[in-house]
Design a protein around this ligand. Structure first.
Ligand SMILES: NC(=O)c1ccc[n+]([C@@H]2O[C@H](COP(=O)([O-])OP(=O)(O)OC[C@H]3O[C@@H](n4cnc5c(N)ncnc54)[C@H](O)[C@@H]3O)[C@@H](O)[C@H]2O)c1
Ligand SMILES: O=C(O)C(=O)C[C@@H](O)[C@H](O)[C@H](O)COP(=O)(O)O
Ligand SMILES: [Zn+2]
Length: 378
């Protein structure tokens, strides 16, 4: 289905969360128009722009010019690019700078960047003065289709991925599709893994559309906007019915129980593995594990992996430079997953493409056996 477009040609996807409802605006020119948009929606608010050094250098000046043009006081807070930035020391620095600039509770923390910046800045917004205004301006494909939506914010711990954080919804998401033109192919592909995830969870028609049209998504234009909007609508629907992951929302974790363990096993070193790549391998593992357990046709596991391979994503552990250690190491990371309940493992498994489900109380011995096989694959 084609999402509704507003009069300026932007696509608007609402996230329905009662008094915390907000819009995701998707399209061209949103950075340029940010000053006018914020002045209209949040009049009189000052802005702390949190960005990474890479994104800030490329897209910071246009955003700042737009805010200045609308008479909005703003300050830029810059962090280092990469997953290692999601840690306490950097959070402390961001919080300190927000306070040093004397931003008030009603002022806005604006995340300009990928998922790393969004998760970190969102967590800062949640805790400074017990909750400031928060706007997401996602600049990676991954952030536009996933991390800027739904209010999961946080940082990593030495015990595991995203273990410290809060649910804190933004008041607005501005996904400017123009900025994706400066994203590297590797990072675009990584974000594509989360796009494919929505098809694999419960939308086989979308997955089939991606198999045919993925080149258009990579090129830009209508297909890209369609993929972003479809992803945002899928995520908005799940978040609206289960904001804090007491049930259904866990489906969005397809590929993440394995994927997060791989990120931990590679010490969050983006040179070896970035989040979307971990999710790509993790989703393939979820399907292969489902096939091994007799839940899903082996051909479906082959089909989904073939598509991810076709776009250039990794699908096997053997593709991770430097390896990921042994079964014990991976099981230790999996044991810290936030979906563990009463000591029992939870995985998102599949009965087929678009037929994912939440499997609770998964037998650790079966996971061990499966991982040993995975480590032995070429
Ligand atoms: N909160 C959620 O719901 C959620 C969902 C998915 C992922 N995440 C988190 O998101 C993070 C991954 O996000 P990511 O893939 O965006 O990684 P990222 O934030 O590290 O960005 C990837 C790289 O691309 C660069 N970049 C971003 N936008 C750019 C642009 N327009 N032009 C040029 N370079 C650009 C960044 O500087 C960085 O080097 C992980 O920490 C993951 O856990 C969170
Ligand atoms: O929004 C969600 O819910 C997700 O699970 C989306 C994931 O893509 C994302 O990586 C999220 O940060 C993982 O959440 P976590 O609770 O497993 O840390
Ligand atoms: Zn993810």
């Amino acid at each position: 289905m084609t999402p509704a477009a507003d009069p300026q040609g932007l696509t608007r996807v609402p996230v329905a969360l009662a008094e915390r409802s907000y819009d995701i605006l998707i399209g061209s020119g949103l950075v340029r128009g940010a000053g006018a948009t914020l002045a209209e929606r949040f009049p009189g608010r000052a802005v702390a722009i949190v960005t990474d050094a890479h994104v800030g250098e490329i897209h910071g000046p246009a955003l700042e010019a737009s805010l200045s043009g609308a008479g909005i006081r703003h300050h830029r807070i810059t962090v280092a690019p990469g997953e290692a930035t999601k840690r306490f020391a950097v959070l402390e620095e961001v919080v300190d700078q927000i306070l040093a600039h004397r931003l008030e509770r009603g002022d806005i923390v604006l995340a300009l960047g990928g998922g790393v910046v969004g998760d970190l800045a969102g967590f800062a917004a949640a805790i400074v003065r017990r909750g400031m205004g928060f706007v997401q301006m996602p600049t990676s494909l991954l952030a536009q289709v996933d991390s800027s939506v739904g209010g999961k914010t946080g940082i990593n711990s030495r015990h595991g991925k995203n273990l410290i954080g809060a649910f804190y919804q933004p008041g607005l998401v501005l996904a400017d599709t123009d900025v994706l033109d400066t994203l590297s192919t590797r990072e675009f592909r990584a974000g594509y893994a989360e796009v494919a995830k929505y098809g694999l969870i419960d939308d086989p028609g979308f997955f089939a559309w991606l198999e045919t049209n993925w080149r258009g998504v990579f090129q830009g234009g209508r297909d890209r906007v369609h993929a972003i909007a479809t992803s945002c609508r899928a995520k908005a629907a799940v978040v609206a019915r289960d904001e804090t992951e007491t049930g259904d929302r866990a489906l969005l974790n397809l590929g993440h129980t394995f994927g997060h363990a791989l990120e931990a096993a590679t010490a969050y070193d983006g040179a070896r593995l970035v989040h979307g790549e971990g999710v790509a391998i993790g989703m393939c593992q979820a399907f292969r594990f489902s096939a091994k357990l007799g839940l899903c046709a082996p051909m479906d596991a082959v089909r989904m992996a073939n598509h991810l391979k076709a776009v250039g994503l990794p699908t096997e552990l053997s593709e991770i430079p430097g390896g990921v250690g042994d079964v014990d190491r991976l099981m230790a990371a999996i044991g810290q997953d936030k979906k563990v309940a009463r000591g029992k493992l939870t995985f998102i498994l599949a009965r087929g493409i678009g037929e994912s489900f939440i499997a609770r109380d998964v037998d650790p011995a079966a996971v061990r056996e499966f991982l040993a096989e995975e480590l032995a694959r070429d």
